[in-house]
Design a protein around this ligand. Structure first.
Ligand code: DPP
Ligand code: ZN
Length: 874
């Protein structure tokens, strides 16, 4: 496989003005006709036309009306070159493809008898030869023809301009997209579907048509997606002054989909998981996911579609920015400061759980990578979530207004262009008259920076000094790092827990939180007039994606946990208290010592559990322990079984010691009446169900879970109760699993939960997973189902997956290879489950390496999986 480098970027030799596409749709044999009007690009020195194509049967190729023969062009793998072409070209191409054979779900494929497309990043080339790169933007007209009975609905991007009947029971629809777009935003749907639709008035008074398309039986699950879409449109108008530019906006749900959703212009195609919801089948987390993803894809219309990426190395230009936008949207939808803080805490948890390990592992890459073998492997938490943190740091440095000015300038300069991360940074800098040159390192340097803090209080001078030093571990290809530009938000707490006023150089700072700008390897910041020795609250609101190293004492942490006005740091203090104990307990398990949990910790937990002045949602996150993955990341050598036992011990100790209080909170946080997914109600359910889980961890009061399972009127409560019964090893667990399956047999997304719960249950070993694979409802070809069973086990059940006999790794090898034959994108995700193998105990490392080698030795691997295992072994 070939590595592609960012430095090799060349502008396209030809630009495409218009694209006319014709699809004669048939599952076995679809004819794709394409007519491109192209002109030579004055910005390019090349003289030949370059087109990309996947597995295509080429039927015809004509240039300016003349049929080309094999001597007129060269095909090299997936690249076709037509040399010495004239300046103005009309290219006509006819290909034949077989959508029903396409198990990769990339390009045109069939799902449950219907046609769908997925073209990002490079799926368009699986339908026809095309300059399939994001900096080629063109106007599209699309003619769809298909059997009318089987495919009554024919959709594509833009506006429907014509439809009608054809002979032989076929019909057609013609769509025109008024906006220039890259090929990765093309989409078509030909299907038997129904829709919920609504006319919606935009801020400028225009009426637009909104539609959510689903299979017939799912029309009772589209309300929340529609509501989220309307909220998204409103929010984009109000917060950013961005209006919907089309007359019609469609969301279509499909059960077989590699990603979460896709922002095709005017025709978003979604994994059903992020569309379908009603209280009976969806949990609070599902509802939140729908709001976030509907928002995300809608927001792409400006950040991604109107302004797109020059090349795929710039992916974070649209993804980091759009994740940031969807995060802000979700926070604004809650509306309260405390609700906003909980969403921020969730973001920090994701980052630490998934992105920090990626940044420290073999697939570590900068937010804007320098090279790749397979672009699909770079739709990562680094590009998305760390990319969003990078965007957030602009806002932290420039302020909300300054950031908005930068956004306005970005759109003013680059509307309908394909641009780079540097262009975005330049807009932020220029709009604010700031030098952001050093900030570029957030895009070019991989790895999680460590910020070490040291402090000194001078009781005579009444001054407090904070010395910050930064470093960043080596990552593949980047042994040495230059200092980053890091915003470090700080506050100082007095003995009563109050925020102390901040004074710098004799001037009072307007706020009790100040953003220090760390730009050098080491810098000291001094506060004056500090009348008492403070407890520093560092990196408030998680102001930068870094590891903060400060030698907090337990007393200081408890002080912060009880009082910090910054909710993120309040939560963080609790996490630090828990983590130090979890690491000690893990060591004790490994060394066969006795396990004890101190009263100080238990009392801190009790206090937050009972603090009615705090939202239930905050109390829930404050009581959640760091995950096994997180503990592993902090361990010197990973011992998964010891980590699991230590964490289980801690959970059961909490269950035992707080039993009475947990039961009281379960009773106090009931949400009777009609279900609503709002943050307050969801927070109550979250806290209540966490209490239930702690009791189950101690094998206590399982009758409460049993009763909740039987009486629940919503999926959040039902599924939480089921989880507690299974994890608490209740004698009722089997019955409950059976009942649950029968009740929801027809609901694919609920059956996914049923598989996922079992796959990640502490008692589920690899034999049980193999047994579940034999279940009639298991289907490895469906990505959601594969993820629910295989991924939940390999990524979500470390103590069993990492069984000392290596059985989990043997299973992983088989499944990666099996999946790779069907769907390389999904296979490559599973392949990453062994990324962190070098951190384990030596015997375990050997087993993991040999599993990786076994996959690597397989002759027929996709580029996707090949890249992942090669990097893991490098
Ligand atoms: N569909 C994916 C997303 O929205 C890739 N663009 O992030
Ligand atoms: Zn996106």
């Amino acid at each position: 496989p070939q590595t592609i480098y960012r430095k090799d970027y060349l502008p396209p030799a030809y630009l495409v003005e218009t694209v006319e596409l014709g699809f004669d749709l048939d599952p076995a044999r679809t004819i794709v006709a394409s007519r491109l009007t192209m002109t030579r690009n004055p910005a390019s020195k090349q003289k030949h036309i370059e087109l990309y194509g996947g597995e295509l049967e080429l039927v015809a190729l004509r240039l300016n009306g003349r049929a080309l023969t094999r001597r007129d062009y060269e095909i090299n793998g997936h690249l076709m070159r037509i040399p010495n072409a004239p300046d103005e070209v009309v290219l006509e191409i006819e290909t034949i493809i077989s959508p029903e054979k396409n198990t990769t779900l990339n390009g045109l494929y069939v799902s449950n008898g219907n046609f769908f497309t997925q073209c990002e990043a490079e799926g368009f080339r699986n339908m026809t030869w095309f300059p399939d790169r994001p900096d080629v933007m063109a106007r599209y007209t699309v003619m769809l023809r298909a059997d009318k009975q089987k495919y009554p609905v024919l959709l594509s991007n833009g506006n429907l301009v014509e439809e009608g009947e054809l002979p032989d029971g076929r019909h057609y629809a013609k769509w025109e997209d008024p906006f220039k777009k890259p090929s990765y935003l093309f989409a078509l749907v030909a299907a038997r579907l129904v829709c919920q639709e609504e006319t919606f008035r935009l801020a400028d008074g225009r009426d637009v048509l909104l539609q959510v398309w689903v299979e017939e039986g799912n029309l009772d699950k589209t309300d929340y997606a529609m509501q989220s879409l309307k909220n998204s449109i409103r929010w984009d108008e109000e917060r950013w002054g961005l209006e919907l530019d089309l007359d019609r906006f469609m969301i279509v749900a499909v059960g077989d989909f590699n990603m979460g959703a896709m922002e095709n212009k005017g025709l978003n195609i979604f994994n059903t998981k992020f569309v379908l919801a009603n209280p009976r089948v969806a949990t609070d987390i599902d509802y939140a996911g729908i709001e976030a993803v509907v928002g995300h894809e809608y927001f792409h219309n400006w950040t991604g579609n109107r302004v797109t990426c020059r090349d795929w190395f710039q992916l974070s230009l649209k993804e980091g920015l759009t994740v940031f936008r969807d995060q802000e949207f979700s926070a604004d939808m809650i509306g309260t400061d405390s609700g906003r803080a909980v969403t921020r805490i969730d973001q920090v948890r994701t980052l630490r759980q998934a992105q920090f390990p990626e940044d420290a592992g073999p697939m570590s890459h900068p937010v804007r990578p320098d090279s790749f073998v397979e672009i699909n492997n770079f739709y990562t938490v680094t590009v998305y979530e760390k990319g969003a943190e990078v965007v957030r740091m602009y806002q932290t440095l420039l302020g909300r207004e300054g950031f908005r000015k930068g956004m306005d300038l970005y759109f003013q300069r680059h509307d309908e262009q394909a641009v780079t991360c540097d262009d975005f940074r330049a807009a932020m800098a220029d709009a604010n008259g700031r030098d952001l040159a050093q900030f570029e390192r957030w895009y070019s340097q991989a790895g999680t920076p460590v910020v070490k803090a040291e402090t000194r209080y001078d009781p005579v001078k009444k001054s407090f000094e904070i010395t910050l030093s930064q470093s960043c571990p080596a990552t593949p290809g980047q042994p040495k790092k230059q200092p980053f530009h890091i915003p470090v938000a700080v506050g100082l707490l007095g003995a009563k827990g109050n925020d102390l006023p901040l004074t710098v150089n004799g001037k009072t700072v307007g706020s009790t939180t100040m953003v220090l700008e760390l730009t050098k390897a080491r810098q000291t910041f001094k506060f004056d007039g500090v009348l008492e020795e403070p407890v520093p609250s560092l990196l408030r609101d998680f102001s930068a994606p870094v590891v903060l190293d400060y030698a907090y004492t337990d007393d200081q942490l408890i002080h912060l946990f009880n009082h910090d006005s910054d909710a993120v740091n309040r939560w963080e203090a609790g996490q630090r208290l828990a983590m130090s104990r979890l690491l000690r307990l893990t060591k004790a398990v490994s060394e066969g010592g006795t396990l004890v949990l101190d009263e100080t910790f238990i009392e801190a937990m009790r206090k937050v559990l009972l603090d009615e002045s705090l939202d239930a949602a905050f109390r829930e996150v404050a009581l959640l322990l760091p995950s096994e993955t997180l503990i592993a990341e902090q361990s010197e050598v990973v011992d998964p079984q010891a980590i699991h036992m230590a964490r289980q011990f801690m959970r059961s100790a909490i269950g035992r010691k707080l039993q009475k209080d947990l039961i009281a909170q379960i009773n106090a946080n009931q949400t009777p009446g009609e279900y609503s997914p709002d943050a307050i109600a969801a927070g109550k359910r979250g806290l209540k169900n966490l209490c239930l889980a702690y009791l189950a961890a101690a094998f206590l009061n399982l009758d409460l879970a049993e009763r909740q399972f039987d009486k629940a009127t919503n999926m959040t409560d039902r599924f939480s109760a089921l989880t507690s019964l299974v994890h608490g090893e209740s004698s009722e667990a089997e019955r409950a699993l059976d009942t649950f399956y029968k009740d929801f047999e027809g609901e694919a997304l609920v059956i996914d939960k049923w598989f996922a719960l079992q796959a990640s249950a502490p008692r589920t070993d690899v034999h049980k997973v193999r047994e579940l694979m034999q279940h009639k409802a298991f289907n490895i070809r469906n990505p959601n189902r594969a993820r629910s069973l295989l991924f939940s086990f390999c990524n979500g059940n470390p103590a069993q997956f990492d069984a000392p006999d290596g059985s989990g790794y043997a299973f992983w090898t088989e499944q990666v290879l099996a999946l790779d034959k069907l769907n390389p994108q999904v296979a490559a995700r599973l392949a990453r489950a062994l990324d962190r193998w070098r951190r384990y105990m030596p015997e375990q490392q050997d087993r993991m390496r040999s599993a990786l080698e076994q996959v690597s030795a397989s002759g027929k691997l996709s580029n996707d999986v090949r890249e992942v295992v090669t990097k893991a072994l490098a």
